[in-house]
Ligand binder design. Structure first.
Ligand code: ADP
Ligand code: ASP
Ligand code: MG
Length: 404
């Protein structure tokens, strides 16, 4: 078998843990498998590097920021390869550009375009353990790029797809994908299997256990992904194709996302083309708008409310202040103290009344719903941030079978 294993920040967070990882990798190799390993930076390191950049410059240059943050993974690949060699296992490390993981040039959120497999395959054929830096790549002009927070997951699944690996094991600090973040909801249950579409929703709605793009790769290239703990040998969670029985469960998971700011443009003239002006101006800053609502028009005026990631809020508000004058709106409000709480499940397609029940449960706790958005398999609401944990727990207890 050819196995790709990925170890996250906590799993390589200290020298002892790196030795522990080396032991686990060595066991897999000793069992006769070919092993490629992808590692993250030591826990806290990426944040430390980003903070350093902020000390040097108010708006750190994006190209140099990627040169800087990619060093976190350079440390761990070297240490892991060293530890393996010290144990007598042939191993070598490769950075993103050495493998040639080619990405586009969107610094800080680059997308993988192609991966060269020659060097990986020849190493594996010779019996070496190949240790690859997660999170980083190189664009067509040889600039270093990074794939966005949590990007090592995507490196691992993309490498597994390119190598046509038999399995991609994502080792992390929880023992699988849970019905809610186990740190927020102690009642959360480990899921044995989850469909790609549900996992895509969970990842995009705040469950950071897998980066969303890694799930896209897993789905597109049918990579068997197994999320599990680096501290135990228990079976974790498998990402799988959808099966008919999965629709029997209405809700598989509950998530929350605090990385949202709500912006309202007040008293906007209700005329064709204005929404295009407003959101065109946000898009020109490369800001991704999430939820949008426009109130029913009264006297020819309306309010427009939308959410953006917290880090983009000040840019978006500045844009809105400029647009406000142009289109004759009356003001701009913003509120960073909000959270998006969501329920996700394939079963919502076939069960009626799920939204009504969700709203009743929140109302019962006195939680006001500020915005709502739905898709076929999810319902999200924006609420005051202080209610995040309460909302997650209440929804989890009510919707997840056997949670109570
Ligand atoms: P790593 O460093 O291994 O990549 P991350 O911190 O990126 O680990 O992701 C694992 C974390 O994701 C867990 O510690 C957990 O708190 C969080 N998490 C959020 N939602 C979920 C969920 N539904 N299931 C499991 N973990 C979750
Ligand atoms: N080190 C990077 C981060 O902290 C990538 C990863 O851990 O997946 O986001
Ligand atoms: Mg992660």
């Amino acid at each position: 078998m050819l196995v790709v294993q990925k170890y996250g920040g906590t799993s390589v967070g200290s020298v002892e843990r790196i030795r522990g990882v080396a032991k686990r990798v060595a066991e897999t190799r000793a069992a006769g498998h070919q092993v490629a390993v992808v590692v993250s930076a030591m826990s806290g390191e990426t944040n430390r590097l980003l903070a350093l950049a902020k000390e040097v410059a108010a708006q750190p240059d994006e190209r140099e920021s990627d040169v800087l943050v990619s060093t976190g993974e350079q440390v761990t690949v070297a240490l892991l390869a060293m530890a393996l060699k010290d144990m007598g296992y042939p191993a070598f490390s490769l950075l993103g550009h050495q493998v040639h993981i080619e990405t586009d040039s969107a610094y800080g959120r680059a997308r993988i375009k192609t991966i060269k497999t020659d060097r990986l395959l020849s190493g594996l054929r010779q019996g070496h353990i190949v240790v690859i830096a997660g999170f980083q790549g190189v664009d067509e002009d040889d600039n270093i790029t990074t794939l966005g927070r949590g990007g090592s997951d995507t490196t691992a699944v993309a490498i597994a797809a390119a190598l046509k690996a038999d399995a991609c094991e994502i080792y992390t600090d929880v023992d699988g994908v849970y019905s809610a973040d186990p740190r927020i909801c102690p009642q959360a249950r480990k899921l044995q299997r989850i469909s790609h579409d549900e996992m895509l929703e969970l990842a995009s709605l705040g469950a950071k256990v897998l980066q969303i793009r890694s799930v896209e790769f897993a789905k597109r290239y049918q990579v068997p992904v197994h999320v599990r703990s680096s501290f135990s040998s228990d079976e974790g969670t498998w990402l799988v194709q959808e099966e008919p029985s999965m629709e029997e469960v209405t809700v598989s998971g509950v998530t929350s996302d605090l990385d949202q700011t709500k912006i309202t443009l007040l008293h906007v003239p209700d005329q064709p083309g204005l929404a295009a002006r407003v959101f065109g101006s946000i898009a020109s800053e490369n800001i991704v708008v999430d939820m949008i609502i426009q109130n029913a028009s009264a006297d020819g005026f309306t309010d427009m409310t939308f959410t953006v990631p917290k880090g983009d809020a000040s840019k978006a508000v500045a844009r809105m202040k400029a647009v406000m004058a142009e289109i004759g709106a009356q003001g701009v409000n913003f509120d960073p103290d909000v959270a998006k709480v969501s329920i996700v499940g394939l079963g919502m397609r076939s069960h009626a009344g799920v939204a009504a029940r969700m709203f009743q449960l929140l109302a019962h706790e006195g939680i006001n719903i500020q915005m709502i958005s739905t898709s076929e398999i999810k319902i999200s609401v924006v609420v005051a941030a202080k209610y995040t944990e309460l909302a997650v727990r209440v929804l989890h207890d009510a919707f997840i079978p056997g949670a109570k």
